[in-house]
Design a protein around this ligand. Structure first.
Ligand code: SF4
Ligand code: SF4
Length: 443
């Protein structure tokens, strides 16, 4: 694609990077076929190619964002299916991240949106604040249909997504010693913000599995949200502050083999720290180091000598490939290989490249599109008639669970269970059909 940025514009490293990305696009439109928003409505402006044109026009002319640009960029899930499909290697993620930051700087949203976005940015990344929100949401949850009926769709979406059970306390910084006589590794674990409060069983399963296999797990002082929640809202200063805090926390630790992450949305962002801080001389090297150490939990576990100690007896698992894993990190094989090795029968979900509609705070900010994507996803999963659904990201788990009665678990909960850990809570509470066979009910 031809571009016409001036030399003065290209002196800005972010503009220079976006120009490089824009020039790689050859307008072929292959990406439209796998873009969830285009698949739903067929609007070119809600396709990757359409958004690329809008962003190019905005950046090239150095214009404040218009309502039209904001509408179509906001509808983008950042699922990155377009990057998997693109034959020209267009780095859409960095382009849309730049566009979002530009929008945040130059566009004044309506008051209600500003309040909603500020609330999400100031509450969700902070576990103690998020716990208070969830406690309040539990009281309001029965009123979700009423909120929907009177037009408060975002509030209704938030209430529907909040769990009935009480939120948990975040994991304190500590070291979990490797079990057994031989320590074979030492990793840092990103406890995460939402992950740790909504579903503490996920990190607990990861810690049990790792320590059982002989790996020491460290949760360092000072690490927190990975920054992705605010990063995807274009709030760059807040995102980079969170990124720097994590880099400080992890690079203070000696002898880490990996930084392990159980939420794939966070993993994609942490693996991009080197790019995010490339222009910060005080952090660039350490950011690259942290990014190169970062592994999804399944990526790391597959390097260890893992064996089943209990028979999963062919329990049928519909494996939902989280976008951040399959498109963001190109991890497609590892989770399924581990589940198969441990005795589960794994079914791929048709249209697996399409997002479930979760996408960070998307299911709150764009509730209609998110609902339609969830219905489509749950339909394709339920037609497989699985015993349960597994995914590698808390966002997908919450989104899908809000639309189905099938149990939804994290992949690492199944791995932990099959290697000697307790039965995942979602399966304990769900008893129809073949789930809870005697041979797999340990714990
Ligand atoms: S990131 Fe996803 S929603 Fe956004 S343009 Fe690409 S495919 Fe479409
Ligand atoms: S597939 Fe790639 S090159 Fe083709 S239009 Fe989409 S982004 Fe551009």
């Amino acid at each position: 694609m031809q571009t016409s940025f001036t030399l003065a514009q290209l002196a800005d490293p972010d503009v220079a990077e976006s120009e490089k990305i824009l020039r790689a696009c050859v307008h072929c439109g292959f990406c439209t076929a796998t873009c969830p928003t285009y698949v739903l409505d067929g609007n070119e402006l809600d396709s990757p190619r359409g958004r690329i044109y809008l962003i190019k026009d905005m950046l090239e002319n150095d214009r404040p964002a218009t309502a039209e640009v904001v509408l179509h960029v906001d509808r983008c899930l950042s699922c990155l299916a377009c990057m998997t499909t693109c034959p020209s290697g267009v780095h859409y993620m960095h382009l849309v991240d730049h566009a979002r930051a530009h929008i945040e700087r130059t566009y004044r949203r309506p008051l209600s949106e500003r309040v909603m976005r500020a609330m999400l940015a100031k509450l969700l990344p902070y576990p103690q604040r998020f716990r208070l929100v969830l406690n309040a949401a539990r009281l309001g949850k029965p009123f979700a249909p009423l909120a929907q009926a009177i037009g408060f769709k975002r509030l209704a979406a938030m209430l529907r997504l909040s769990p009935w059970s009480g939120p948990q306390r975040p994991l304190a910084p500590q070291v979990f010693k490797a079990a057994g006589p031989r320590k074979i590794g030492r990793v840092g674990l990103l406890a995460g913000c939402v992950n740790d409060i909504l579903a503490p069983q996920i990190n607990a399963a990861a810690i049990r599995t790792l320590t059982r296999l002989g790996v020491e797990v460290v949760l360092p002082e000072g690490a927190g949200c990975c920054g992705s929640l605010v990063h995807h809202m274009g709030r760059e200063h807040e995102a980079l502050a969170q990124v720097r805090a994590n880099i400080d926390a992890w690079t203070n630790l000696e002898g880490l083999d990996a930084i392990v992450i159980t939420a794939s949305g966070c993993g994609t962002t942490v693996k991009d720290y080197g790019f995010m801080l490339r222009n910060d001389p005080a952090y660039a090297d350490r950011a690259r180091k942290v990014a190169s150490l970062t592994k999804d939990i399944t990526e790391y576990l597959l390097t260890l000598p893992i064996e089943a100690s209990q028979n999963a007896d062919g329990l049928v698992v519909a494996y939902h490939a989280a976008c951040a894993l399959q498109h963001g990190q190109r991890i497609t094989r590892q989770p399924k290989e581990l589940l198969l090795k441990l005795g589960f029968a794994v079914k791929d979900v048709p249209e697996g490249h399409l997002c479930c509609g979760s996408a960070g705070t998307y299911n709150i900010l764009q509730p209609d599109i998110a609902r339609r994507l969830r219905e489509r996803k749950v339909g394709t999963i339920e037609r497989l008639r699985p015993d349960l659904i597994a995914a590698g990201n808390i966002g997908c788990m919450t989104q899908i669970a809000a639309g189905t009665r099938l149990p939804v678990v994290h992949t690492v909960e199944l791995i932990d269970w099959a290697t000697g850990g307790p039965c995942p809570p979602a399966l304990r509470e769900y008893r129809p059909r073949s789930v809870m066979r005697p041979s797999v009910t340990a714990g």
